[in-house]
Design a protein around this ligand. Structure first.
Ligand code: FPP
Length: 249
């Protein structure tokens, strides 16, 4: 990308609508550091992170992205201090209460990746309400990773497929990559074309391990609470310049 600073409007115009990534995945990282830089408690960072979730979900849906996956809470995040976990759950509830009507009006379908049975009661209820309310929507699918781990998802998929083998619904010989994909939380959805990780960390952290085999990565030093539509557009413009070969030449 040249160094000229473009306005959001100009960036939107530069995007080739015929080559949009169908599926964008984001590891939202850097909330804690954002807060620390301001001498604020970590949950202020998560709170500001929620504002960016609202902005990026709207921007992605307006742009015509069909699938957006956000990593909100990992299976490892339970190791954090109790007050931070409670803060994150409160922010999740707040997000749904504030945004569900808008998501529904915009035809967004909420899909959860992860085992929500382990979430606190109120968070679980609100998440279920979001999924049920939007279940028939046909616009962008918003996958939210909650108590999500990529390895956990694969093991869960293996157990589910073994159950179907046991029930005689499928034979071992017929199991292939395309069939196994349907046993993941992203059942029926294409793999991410683009994975964004802000905050300067260069790792995957157990996110969508099966699905990202041929995904293009976009890393940036921006902390998630500073990640705006501009960065989403820049990542997509960068993606559109890449030559994807999927193992071919
Ligand atoms: C990682 O930053 C971020 C998280 C563990 C939580 C992400 C959650 C949100 C953005 C809140 C709202 C989400 C939804 C879906 C409503 P970190 O805390 O690891 O940051 P650090 O690496 O700087 O400490």
């Amino acid at each position: 990308m040249d160094k000229k600073k473009y306005t959001i409007e100009e960036l939107r115009k530069k995007i080739d609508k015929t080559k949009l990534p169908k599926h964008v995945a984001i590891i939202m990282d850097g909330n804690g550091r954002w807060a620390k830089k301001r001498f604020l408690p970590r949950n202020y960072g998560h709170q500001e992170g929620m504002e960016r979730v609202i902005e990026i979900v709207g921007a992605a849906s307006n742009l015509g992205i069909k699938h957006l996956s956000l990593y909100a809470f990992s299976t490892e995040n339970w190791k954090r201090p109790m007050d931070e976990i409670q803060g994150l759950m409160k922010i999740l509830v707040q997000y749904i209460r504030r945004e569900l009507d808008k998501l529904h009006k915009n035809n967004v379908k909420v899909n959860i990746m992860g085992d929500i049975e382990k979430l606190p009661e109120l968070a679980k209820e609100e998440v279920k309400r979001a999924v049920e309310t939007t279940s028939k929507n046909t616009g962008m699918i918003l996958n939210i990773g909650l108590n999500y781990g990529g390895r956990d998802e694969i093991i869960r998929g293996v157990k589910k497929i073994l159950k179907d083998v046991e029930l005689g619904k499928i034979s071992i010989e017929n199991i292939n990559e395309d069939i196994f994909k349907n046993y993941l939380y992203t059942n029926g959805q294409p793999d991410p074309d683009l994975l964004i990780r802000p905050s300067g960390e260069l790792r995957i952290s157990n996110f969508m391990l099966y699905q990202i085999a041929y995904t293009e990565f976009w890393f940036s030093d921006i902390l998630w609470p500073d990640f705006t539509e501009e960065h989403l557009l820049l990542s997509i413009l960068d993606y559109q310049k890449r030559n994807r070969r999927f193992g071919g030449i």
